[in-house]
Ligand binder design. Structure first.
Ligand code: SF4
Length: 388
């Protein structure tokens, strides 16, 4: 809507179509790797006039292979990886009692909003990259070597429900990891112009090793997914006794986890940047004591992203959320800790969560972009003193 276009922190709602870049890379004979976000499989059928279908992802994989993609991976795999790394980061912060509450960082709309409006909280953001960038980084730095292809010859196409992800891929801290981001709507244009009917294409699995995901990883596509995945990773270590969740208002949920050793962890799951302001203001005023905050800029999370088909209202988003739950339901792995391909990536390359190499490959930094008086954006170094 006009309001969103005016306020989008990444400027990503000024639409840009990047389909031609994909065709050009194919013509140039690049090794094309696609990766698809969870929320895309819950909505693309709307744009193509098809019925809901829990194997849409597999049909898209087959379609992409048939038009020339060499590999197609699942961003839900990277969601498992991010949840695993982020859970260990959270655990370390809890033990040290610093940089709390920890804010999630996989939504570039929220990250840029924080950089402009709450730079004093940037150190509280998880430094783990988003699943898109984490997988891009792994593919270009590690997988390329494994398959004996020069990373320069790989063209990585990220398929996202999100226009802000185009901005994220171009951030200077992350550039070169992902070559192009196309949205659900752009993918549906590619499918339509190919003449294929997605419904007639049999589903095939994502390529291994980065095609395996848990139910947690898939749940990144909707509000609450990151928070519950982090909890899933920590569940054994925390020895959870009880979990209580209440909705403070639409878009703000608070969960208290009590552990067997008498400790408790409080998490807030929030969507919408207006709601996020309310939560942060409460934290700053000392009226909300919380350990971890999941923020998604779009209503209901990525299923409501700016790159999704129209209409994109509450009714449609609720339906997409249900479809994603059904897709999740057919998967056998529950927690990221069960994703054996992800664990083997640690064994062979990343060593352990928060290791030196994991920091180099999976973590990033943020910028203070607070506006100064004349409206310009001054990029200032971190850290920033917090307001007392
Ligand atoms: Fe993009 Fe919206 Fe998801 Fe954030 S919540 S990553 S802006 S689709």
């Amino acid at each position: 809507c006009g309001q969103c276009v005016a306020h989008c922190p990444t400027g990503a709602l000024t639409f840009r179509n990047d389909i031609q870049k994909v065709y050009k890379a194919m013509e140039e004979g690049k090794y094309i790797i696609g990766m698809m976000a969870p929320a895309v499989r819950a909505s693309i059928q709307e744009e193509l006039g098809l019925e809901n279908d829990v194997v849409t992802a597999g049909r898209i994989v087959n379609f992409l292979k048939s038009i020339g993609f060499n590999k197609v991976f699942d961003v839900a795999f990277a969601a498992d990886l991010v949840a695993y790394e982020e859970a260990h980061e959270f655990k370390e912060r809890l033990e040290k009692g610093e940089k709390l509450p920890q804010f999630t960082s996989c939504c570039p709309g929220w990250v840029k909003f924080a950089e402009h409006n709450y730079p004093e909280f940037l150190e509280n953001l998880s430094s783990v990259k988003s699943p898109q960038q984490a997988l891009g980084s792994i593919i270009k730095r590690y997988y390329a070597k494994e398959i004996g292809i020069d990373p320069e010859d790989i063209y990585l196409v990220s398929i996202m429900p999100c226009t802000a992800k185009k901005f994220e891929a171009e951030r200077e801290e992350l550039s070169g990891e992902v070559d192009v981001v196309i949205t659900t709507k752009e993918l549906s244009q590619i499918i339509r112009s190919s003449g294929f009917n997605l419904k007639d294409i049999p589903p095939v699995p994502f390529d291994r090793p980065y095609g395996l995901s848990s139910q947690s990883g898939l749940s990144f596509g909707k509000t609450g997914g990151v928070f519950s995945s982090v909890l899933n990773v920590l569940e054994d270590e925390l020895e959870v006794e009880s979990v209580k969740t209440e909705e403070l208002e639409k878009g703000i949920r608070i969960t208290t986890v009590k552990t067997k050793n008498g400790k408790s962890i409080t998490g807030v799951v929030v969507f919408g940047l207006g709601n996020t302001r309310k939560v942060i203001d409460k934290i700053k005023e000392g009226n909300l004591k919380v350990d971890i905050v999941e923020v998604m800029a779009c209503d209901f999370g990525c299923i409501g992203g700016g790159g999704q088909p129209y209409p994109n209202d509450t009714r449609v988003r609720t339906k997409r959320s249900k479809i994603l739950s059904e897709v999740v339901g057919i998967d056998v792995l529950i927690s990221p800790t069960e994703n054996y391909h992800m664990l083997s990536l640690y064994e062979k390359y990343l060593k352990e969560p928060l290791s030196h190499i994991a920091h180099e490959v999976l973590h990033t930094t943020y910028k203070n972009r607070k506006r100064i008086n004349n409206g310009d954006i001054e990029i200032l170094p971190l850290p920033i003193e917090k307001e007392k």
